[in-house]
Design a protein around this ligand. Structure first.
Ligand code: PEP
Length: 251
């Protein structure tokens, strides 16, 4: 049985006060979804301490949206995995398409970021996904396979067992355009096959989340697919009501 996960990526939204209020609202209602659904919220760095305080012991884990590729030192503006772990952060989103696109993150950087995350007991939520032009050219399987083999294939099997993958087609992120459940299932099954080619049965234990305009209306159909283990949710995670409804969408 794989974990069922509703993860919220708040991106660069909310002030710390608004974020803490949102986190408290999510924590107060998360039981509506039952204990077999894991809730994770990923606020901006500035909110983490307060959000951790507001959710502690309430069944909502907290993740960061990024971490540095180096352990410490002269890297102005960076936040290390050790710093995140030391305040009680459990997860870290790595390789989000916005970071690949706007901040030039490559497989080389991401290998080092994953290493930092694991060294500090953070669970990476590793994002993969193709651009619209790549899907239209029929290259989406190749793109996603490279994003897996260039980074995830470098992990040991025990690290793979502590990984969450998010498939997020870039054309569906923040656009209101969602992949169909069939499209999501097709590529999630493909990702699992690529993982199995290297790691065997451990591939079956890795949660693979779908991300890209998930909302309370489309979540149940997406999450009903056999290889879709939940969602990484942007816009709809910024309101407790819609995020909780998404968390309740597992069958
Ligand atoms: C995301 O950024 O991870 C995301 C999926 O955003 P949205 O749900 O807003 O498309």
């Amino acid at each position: 049985m794989r974990k069922k996960i509703a993860a919220g990526n708040w991106k660069m939204n909310t002030t710390p006060a608004q974020g803490t209020e949102l986190a408290a609202a999510i924590a107060s209602r998360r039981n509506e979804a039952g204990n077999d659904v894991d809730f994770i919220i990923c606020p901006p760095f500035t909110h983490l301490t307060e959000v951790i305080r507001a959710t502690r012991g309430k069944g909502v884990a907290v993740g960061a949206q990024n971490c540095a590729a180096e352990p410490k030192g002269a890297y102005t503006g960076e936040v290390s995995a050790e710093m995140l772990a030391s305040i009680g952060v459990d997860y870290v989103i790595l390789g989000h398409s916005e970071r690949r696109q706007y901040y030039g993150e490559t497989s080389e950087t991401l290998n080092r970021k994953l290493e930092m995350a694991y060294a500090n007991n953070l669970t990476p939520i590793y994002c993969v996904g193709e651009k619209l032009s790549e899907r239209e050219a029929g290259k989406h399987f190749d793109v996603v396979k490279a994003q897996i083999t260039e980074v995830i294939y470098n992990l040991s099997a025990d690290k793979l067992a502590r990984l969450v993958i998010a498939y997020e087609p870039v054309w569906a992120i923040g656009t209101g355009k969602t992949a169909t459940s069939a499209q999501a299932q097709e590529i999630h099954a493909f990702i699992r096959k690529v993982l199995a080619e290297k790691f065997g049965d451990t591939a079956d234990t890795v949660p693979i989340l779908y991300g890209g305009s998930v909302n309370p209306k489309n979540a149940a159909e997406l999450f009903g697919m056999p290889d879709v283990d939940g969602g990484l949710v942007g816009g709809a995670s910024l309101e407790a009501e819609s995020f909780i409804q998404i968390g309740k969408s597992f069958r």
